[in-house]
Every structure is written in C-alpha cells, then in structure tokens.
Design a protein around this ligand. Structure first.
Ligand SMILES: C[S@@+](CC[C@H](N)C(=O)[O-])C[C@H]1O[C@@H](n2cnc3c(N)ncnc32)[C@H](O)[C@@H]1O
Length: 362
C-alpha cells in the first residue's frame, strides 16, 4: 500500500478571492508540507534572538528586551542550525527563478548570510534599511542602532530572478535605486488593532514585493507575525501564504486584512453616493436643518449622529494600477507630503483616490 502524502492542515484564514492563506504552526513542519518549486518570493523576518535580558529605550523609557520565548537565543551554534534548517526548507519550495529576502540585525544576519552560502543560494544584494529618528542609546557606550540589514538572494546560481528595475528607478525619481532605503518604522495607523513587538512597516514590504515579484505571484512569509507581508501582497495584487506560531498574532493579521477589505468596500459605497446627482449624501444631523430639510418629512438621517469621520488618500501606481500607498490625512497636500517622505516621487502615482468614511449611530 502506498502512503498518501501528508497534507497541510486547514488554514486558519482563507480568502480564496484574493488568494491569501494563513496557517498556524511551526514553520519547519509547515514548510515541509508545501510542494517543492511552488513559490515565487519569500520574505522572512525570523527571530533575531535578542530577548535575553538586555535593555532598550521604548517611548522614552528604559525597558527590558522581551519580545517572547520565540526570540530567546539558544546559543550561536543552535541558532545557526535553526537558520540553516528553515532556509533549506525555503529553498526547496522556491521556484527555480524565485528569490528570498531575510531581514536581521548583527545578532543573526551573518549567520543567515553564511547559511545561504553553505546552501548555494545566489546572493543578490544586502540592503540597509535606515530608520529615521531611532530610539536613543541609553548606555551611551555605543552608536545609536539605526539600521537593519535585508539580504536578498536567488534560489541558486542558475536562477534568473525577477527585478523590476524600471519601476524602482522611476520610484526613485529617475535615478537607479541604491541599496540604502530610508523608511520610517510602522506608523500609528499600522498598529491600530494592536502591536506586534517586531512589526515591519507596510512601506518596506510593498517596496520588496514591487521590486522582486509580479502581480499574481505567490509570496510566502514563514514568520508572518502580524501579517505585514500578506497585507502588502493584498495591496499590490500578489497572492500570499503566511505561517505563524501564535494565534494572537494570527488574530491581529486577520483584523488588519479584514479592515483593508472593508475599506475597499466602503470606498466604493462612498463613490456611488457622491455620483448621485439627486440625493444629498452629506449628513447634517449635527447642524441646524436647512430650509429644504425643514420642508421635508423628518427623514431617518436626521436622527443619526456622526461618531467618526476619516479621510484617506490612495495612490494608484502608474505601472501596476494597484494601490502603492495609502494614508490618513486631512488634506491632499498632507497626503502628498507623506507620499514623498516614504521615498515616492509624484510621478509614481497615476491618480489618487480620496475616500471619506463616516460612521453614524442612531
Ligand atoms: C520577527 S517576528 C515577524 C514580524 C512580522 N514581520 C511583522 O511585520 O509583523 C517573528 C514571528 O515569527 C514567529 N515565529 C517564531 N518562531 C516560529 C516558528 N518556528 N514557526 C512559525 N513562526 C514562528 C513569532 O511568533 C513572531 O511573530
């Protein structure tokens, strides 16, 4: 009797329309169940093995570094073996021309680079992600840590990896993009459903996905955390698989993904209303009724109270016609400033959609 192959467990989240799936479990076990040569791009933000009683500065206060048990060091030898094991598992599932990005600080990035060399990956770039305004160094015995490294590597020496050179050049105001990227840490709106201690900014993931994959490609994140990779995939029209140990972080991911989907639906509703020439879409329940409203029979909208209002600008990319940047801002000028401060030039956007969301309570 032939043994049937072991299948992946049921996903904890499955959105077949956008092809986004999340699985709960140890990535070493889950990666082994994914078919070989099936993934276009991997982004991995593995444990940095930092949580060993050190101190850091958070919101101006001294706090101990404790991101979770998953981040505790097991010693340099065991940490390297772990890095080698999950990198080998990722290499098996990458397509021949697929590539992988791994982020890290000095605590692990040298081990990751060495393991990649041992496994025969083709090293493409090491990118310095520069954080403006990093937290101060409280001990005053080191330079302030202001960078993380991202290693980008193709599956093997023969790979012909995807690089959207033209798009990156245009994003960089017509100049070749360098391997030094200044991108802010996650903004407040990115943490509105809760915090992950090592959450990456959506802007960083969007750049990675736009640079090294194409629309419709399958992107996998073996240490998915709060789901930044899946969210960036949704926004740039890639498909995504996320693997994560913690239910808490998977719940956070689902909240982030759902809010993105609901926002698209709400935006469409707003556009529909504003195109209607007859009805008056603006609720004025908090103002004195106009003469015409007084003349009308009392309608339901008059009893509604506006409890929340937000204005968001979506920048649609010139090349991929997808949302390349989305921001809450009071005016278009403010939104444009934020767009530029994320490294975009005005010409990156083909057009901009403004959506106003208003929530009313009866
Ligand atoms: C550095 S964080 C990733 C953060 C993520 N990039 C984000 O933006 O939210 C690493 C994540 O990997 C998870 N993790 C650690 N070891 C794992 C393992 N063996 N398999 C799957 N997930 C793991 C942790 O729970 C943690 O959420």
């Amino acid at each position: 009797m032939t043994k049937s192959p072991i299948k992946l467990p049921a996903p904890v989240f499955d959105d077949p329309k956008h092809h986004i799936r999340l699985y709960q479990g140890d990535c070493l076990e889950l990666l082994a169940l994914i078919p070989e040569s099936s993934v276009d791009l991997i982004f991995a933000d593995p444990p940095y093995f930092l949580s060993n009683g050190g101190i850091t500065c958070h919101a101006g206060r001294m706090v101990s570094v404790n991101k979770g048990d998953w981040d505790k060091s097991k010693g340099p030898g065991a940490n390297h073996e772990f890095n080698r094991a999950w990198l080998a598992a990722c290499q098996r599932i990458l397509k021949p021309n697929g590539s992988i990005w791994v982020s890290g600080t000095a605590h692990i990035i040298h081990s990751v680079g060495f393991a990649m060399q041992q496994l025969g990956f083709k090293l493409l770039n090491d990118v310095s992600w520069v954080k403006p305004n990093p937290p101060p160094n409280l001990s005053c015995r080191y330079f302030t840590h202001a960078t993380e490294t991202l290693i980008w590597a193709a599956r093997d020496k023969k790979s012909r990896h995807t690089f959207n050179y033209k798009l990156m050049k245009e994003t960089n105001r017509g100049k070749q993009m360098k391997s030094v990227w200044e991108i802010k840490p996650p903004e407040t709106w990115e943490k509105r459903f809760g915090k992950h201690p090592t959450q990456k900014p959506v802007a960083l993931l969007e750049r990675i996905l736009l640079a090294s994959s194409n629309e419709g490609d399958l992107v996998l994140d073996p240490f998915s955390g709060s789901g930044t990779t899946a969210l960036a995939a949704l926004r740039t029209r890639r498909t995504a698989v996320g693997l994560e140990l913690s239910y808490e972080y998977l719940t956070l991911t689902v909240q982030r993904l759902s809010s993105e989907l609901v926002r698209v639906a709400l935006s469409l509703t707003t556009i529909q209303f504003s195109l209607d020439p007859v009805s008056d879409p603006v609720d004025r329940s908090d103002r004195a009724p106009s003469a015409s409203a007084q003349a009308q029979p009392r309608s339901m909208s008059i009893e509604l109270k506006l409890v929340q209002q937000e204005c968001r600008f979506h920048f649609i990319g010139r090349h991929n016609r997808a949302v390349i940047f989305s921001v809450l801002a009071p005016t278009l000028d403010d939104a444009l400033q934020k767009f530029r401060s994320h490294g975009h030039s005005d010409s990156d956007a083909l057009f901009i959609i403004k959506t106003e969301t208003q929530i009313f309570l009866r």
